[in-house]
Design a protein around this ligand. Sequence first.
Ligand code: ZN
Ligand code: ZN
Ligand code: ZN
Length: 362
Amino acid sequence: MTRFAARIRSAQERMANEGIDALCLSVGSDLPYLTGYRAMPLERLTMFVLPVEGEGTIVVPGLEAPRVETDGMPFRVQGWGETEDPIAIVDAHLAGSGNVLIGDETWSRFLVDLQDVRPSRTFGNAGELMAHLRIRKSADEIEKLLSAAATVDGVVGQLENVRFSGRTEKDVAREVTERTRAAGHDTMDFWIVASGPNGASPHHEPGARIIEIGDAVVVDFGGHQEGYASDTTRMFVVQEAPAGFDEAYGVLHRAHVTAVDFVRPGVTAESIDAVARDIITDAGHGDLFIHRTGHGIGMDSHEHPYLVEGNSQVIEEGMVFSIEPGIYKPGEWGMRIEDIVAVTQDGVERLNRTDRAYRVVA
Ligand code: ZN
Ligand code: ZN
Ligand code: ZN
């Protein structure tokens, strides 16, 4: 059985257990996870209709049908012409299905139209069912996440020899993305270069600020390689660290190392967050750690599990997520250290492997 046939069968087993008649997937990563085909996020409807039993059908704009790989695949493809109504086609495939799950990222327009055409049918979010399937990565997926991580790690190494001072954040960010693409990434998803006081905004967009001597610079970047995401953050200090930085960095480093070492099957997602947070809080910086400790990563750069207070999800072998505590001092500086880690049978493996100390640059 191919990988996709196995995944489709797992989906159907879960659907049967939960009394779901059909699953509808459109844009986003759930569709390629089950079928190998990623729909273009356009106005024309692409919809994989998978009944609880039997073969599913990808209803796809006719002009895009040639892009769907069907060799040995356990589904049919139906192209629709420019003058056809794809909602009617999907409705026909859903036939007697009363209880349907629909992909979280589907345009709302299509859901509203499907509801209008058959008001007796109920729709729920497919997100939870799909997360169950996707949350534990196969060895092959972890291999891809590791090579994506190795690419950004290589770029971190290159950045040690790059001049930061006198350049705008935007200029350094462009260099980061160019180097990452040259090193093997197919796409870039984000490229945060946040210098000096801008570092206190965790998702700062690189701008016109000129980086100065004495700045701490947060560099957080990632993209996709062979369908899997990367995401790492390292700190760069331009010649000398700003006031209060070294003390806080020691705390952050300890929080990161301790949280990573704590990860193993059986602990909860929120307990990993607590381990990092307690160290930062005990050192007096708890109010400056203003986000969760991490997020799952796979085909999407943010997916389940989320390491956040209130998430009692039990961590299992094969889960892959970021550990990224941060300390943000408004008006002065920010700092974050981020690695992707994979849960093993009895512990954890770091997929990002560069030194967690900050780099001093020119
Ligand atoms: Zn983030
Ligand atoms: Zn992240
Ligand atoms: Zn990140």
